[in-house]
Design a protein around this ligand. Structure first.
Ligand SMILES: [Zn+2]
Length: 163
């Protein structure tokens, strides 16, 4: 499954809600855009209080995927133990190696917090249409940025005497 995070132009934070199987995304910028366009009714926004102000958010459909950091184990070997590989002394110590393989040095996986799975945006499931609105907006934004970049490159060429 393709990850929606590859398609987003900003460092978007997706906040998973495991009860409703949705991911909340802060859409302050997007909300402002639609407000200026007078098309707010097309934004499926919800509002959450955060630090004393109402933040518009959109809820995207979520799906669980096996965590690719711990491969679904829920734990990883404490990186302090083997970040730089294991030394000869450790490799030749059967008791240490026993412990190593049996999980004595394991800590909960930071990516999935021991859940074994992580929630990703389910791009194949969009019951409320919120994902489509969100993605349309992102595509628009990406196109605008590409046009702006092309335009400033053109101006730069002209200024440097080229064509
Ligand atoms: Zn994990």
């Amino acid at each position: 499954m393709s990850d929606i995070r590859d398609a987003t132009p900003y460092d978007t934070v997706f906040r998973p809600d495991h009860k409703s199987m949705t991911l909340a995304v802060d859409i302050k910028e997007m909300y402002k855009f639609y407000e200026e366009e007078g098309e707010l009714e097309s934004v499926p926004a919800i509002f959450k209080w955060e630090d004393g102000s109402l933040i518009p958010q959109v809820l995207l459909p979520g799906v669980y995927e096996v965590c690719n950091v711990c491969q679904g184990k829920g734990t990883v070997v404490d990186p302090r133990m083997d970040r730089n590989g294991l030394g000869e002394e450790q490799l030749n110590d059967p008791d240490f190696m026993d412990g190593y393989w049996s999980g004595r040095f394991d800590i909960p996986c930071r990516e999935c917090k021991g859940r074994r799975v992580v929630m990703r945006v389910d791009v194949s499931n969009d019951p409320t249409g919120s994902l489509k609105v969100y993605l349309d907006h992102i595509h628009k934004e990406l196109n605008e940025r590409a046009e702006e970049a092309a335009e400033s490159a053109r101006i730069q060429r002209m200024e440097s005497g080229g064509y």
